[in-house]
Write a protein that binds this ligand. Structure first.
Ligand code: ADP
Ligand code: MG
Length: 601
């Protein structure tokens, strides 16, 4: 076969197909042009999902009358001059391809009037050929009308999505841009009806209300002020609290220097910050505004500019994760922060362990997170087991001078019901705690901390007699690869034949459970050797799975001190309100709810 040059018309169509894939891409390019032109009002109009008609009108700087033809020529742009400019692109557009591409595959009309011109100039183009030009009356700004997109590219036209799907995608785009540019009045009309309108008053809060509704917007948490040491990377915006989530990732918005982008890495960073705080399969809401020096982002890596590359990806990832995590932990932390609380009634039986003065402590001044006494729960179980059903107080008290039992706690344990729930009074009413879910959360966080900070002292407890662990080949292979993980969790392991191991020590948190702690290891291995999950996640799951196996079960009778110790530790968790699977650990009936229920108000 002979090689020949494509006729320019066909070459243009092929090139256009890359830039303009569907009506959504045309809408994105046109709105970006309006934003680059400094518009404060942008109106978008659709018919037939944008394939029949797509019109974007703005009040931006306009195009000089003698430059209209240049604007629709390929590789013609006002935004770049030298090759160096490409290293620090500050505008949304920069390739000079969009108008040319759209013009090649539609019937396009371009009307524009810079403020200093008395009249507007216009140009009409069909399939890339200019068919009319002239002057007309129009307000300052630019109006681009695209009709019959892909009328001359039947292959593409055939594959277009339904008008409804396309309209929805364009609405999503406009919503995203309204979040990135709260100072711009963006409006969208579809088939003559207004579908979206932004206030354009510059307030992100107001934009959030327009995009998510008032109820959701009110609950979104602002990220903490960016750290100063983040070397030019600033992350701001809002995220949802852990109990507000969605079934898809549609509500994660990332803006990098005000460019809306998609990013698997950033999505992972955000979702990781919510790790175990929201149920599996659910996703948070986030609107993140990431700013960094222009020369640290390569924006020229994707045909529709929907992705970027970071010079220091890891730093950006970390900055995002840290900011989100801080906001989430603050929101998810101790559920009881009400400094106004003073215990009204002292029980006659006097199981208060604190004098009333200490209980009036300001609860909101509790330290953010402390590790001391993290194994007290276990030790208290041992003590209780050893004291033949009597008071475990001596054993528990002997543990450590600053034993959790002696610190003022937020909860006063009243008892256990159904051998499953702990009933407690707290700063605002009554709390029911699922003992398994709560213990699972406590253990999970201890294990996870161990994984992150190996070599923590007191992490493991030697067994009096080493226990042999016989494994199947898959489990054995897996344990060999992950020996370090389990050692960090507190197991001491020694190979003992091809598929056997000797367990010499177990995690201190499980010490009281003796040989059962070895069985948990086997159960975890069985579970993990089966699953096809990436290594990092496996470690996470090892923590989950171990916590789940080792936690007290529903049906276990707990002593008073065991319950107290468990609640003290739960208070100290990052995400005290959910178990690692995202189920709630606490059900709360506030004073106000109680009063309402009893008709007191
Ligand atoms: P790019 O945006 O990459 O420069 P385009 O093909 O989208 O390429 O636009 C070409 C040029 O036309 C732009 O550089 C800009 O100068 C001008 N232009 C396009 N749209 C507008 C608009 N809405 N307002 C003002 N100028 C515009
Ligand atoms: Mg452009």
């Amino acid at each position: 076969m002979r090689i020949h040059r494509l006729p320019p018309e066909l070459a243009a169509k092929i090139a256009a197909g890359e830039v303009i894939e569907r009506p959504l891409s045309a809408a994105k390019e046109l709105i970006e042009n309006a934003l680059d032109a400094g518009a404060t009002t942008i109106s978008i109009e659709l018919r037939g999902g944008g394939a029949e008609l797509l019109r974007v009108a703005d009040d931006g700087c306009g195009i000089e009358p003698d430059e209209l033809e240049l604007a629709i020529a390929r590789y013609a742009t006002s935004k770049l001059r030298t090759p160096d400019d490409l290293q620090a692109v500050a505008t949304l557009g920069f390739r000079g391809e969009a108008l040319a591409s759209i013009a090649a595959v539609s019937r396009l009309e371009l009307v524009s009037r810079p403020r200093h011109c008395a009249a507007a100039a216009f140009l009409r183009v069909e399939g890339g050929t200019i068919v009319a030009r002239g002057h007309c009356a129009a307000p300052p700004g630019t109006q681009v009308t695209v009709r019959d997109l892909f009328f001359n590219v039947p292959a593409r036209r055939k594959f277009l999505r339904s008008a409804v799907a396309e309209s929805r995608a364009i609405l999503h785009l406009v919503t995203a841009l309204a979040l990135a540019y709260p100072e711009v009045r963006l409006t969208l009309r579809d088939e003559g009806e207004e579908r979206f309108s932004a206030l354009g008053n510059g307030s992100l809060r107001d934009a959030l209300v327009r995009c998510f509704g008032a109820a959701v917007a009110a609950r979104l948490l602002p990220l903490p002020q960016p750290d100063e040491d983040d070397a030019g990377i600033q992350v701001s915006g809002v995220v949802s609290p852990p109990d507000l989530h969605r079934g898809s990732r549609q509500h994660l918005f990332f803006f990098v220097n005000r460019r809306w982008i998609q990013s698997r890495a950033l999505t992972a960073a955000v979702e990781e910050a919510y790790q175990t705080a929201i149920p599996a399969g659910r996703h948070p809401i986030a609107v993140l505004d990431i700013r960094l020096p222009y020369d640290q982002v390569d924006v020229n890596v994707h045909p529709s500019k929907a992705e970027v590359r970071f010079l220091r990806e890891h730093e950006v990832f970390t900055a995002v994760q840290r900011a989100v995590r801080r906001a989430v932990v603050e929101a998810a932390g101790i559920p009881l922060v009400r400094s106004s609380f003073t215990p009204a009634v002292m029980p006659a039986g006097g199981s208060w362990t604190e004098p009333p003065g200490r209980l009036a402590v300001r609860y909101d001044t509790l330290p953010e997170r402390r590790v001391s006494g993290e194994d007290v729960w276990t030790a208290s179980r041992t003590a209780a087991a050893g004291s033949a059903g009597g008071s475990a107080q001596p054993g528990a008290a002997a543990l450590a001078p600053e034993s959790v039992l002696e610190e003022p706690g937020l909860f006063r344990v009243l008892g256990q019901i159904s051998r499953t729930y702990i009933v407690a009074e707290g700063p605002d009413g009554m709390y029911l705690i699922d003992q398994h879910a709560a213990h699972e959360r406590v253990l999970y966080e201890q294990f996870r901390r161990r994984l992150l900070a190996p070599g923590a002292p007191g992490a493991s407890q030697a067994l009096l007699q080493p226990v042999a662990l016989e494994l199947g080949p898959a489990q054995a292979a897996w344990l060999e690869g992950e020996q370090q993980t389990f050692e960090r969790l507190g197991y001491a392991l020694e190979p003992f034949g091809p598929t056997s191991w000797l367990v010499r020590a177990v995690p201190a948190a499980l010490a009281a459970q003796g040989a059962a702690a070895v069985e948990y290891l086997r159960a975890v291995l069985d579970q993990l050797a089966d699953e096809r999950v990436p290594d990092v996640e496996r470690r996470e799951r090892a923590c989950w799975s171990l916590a789940c196996h080792a936690a007290v079960k529903a049906g276990d009778v707990l002593t008073h001190d065991e319950m107290v110790a468990l609640l003290r530790q739960l208070e100290r968790c990052d995400f005290s309100r959910t178990c690692p699977h995202g189920r709630p650990t606490i059900v709360h009936l506030s004073h106000a709810q109680l009063e309402r229920e009893f008709g007191r108000r």
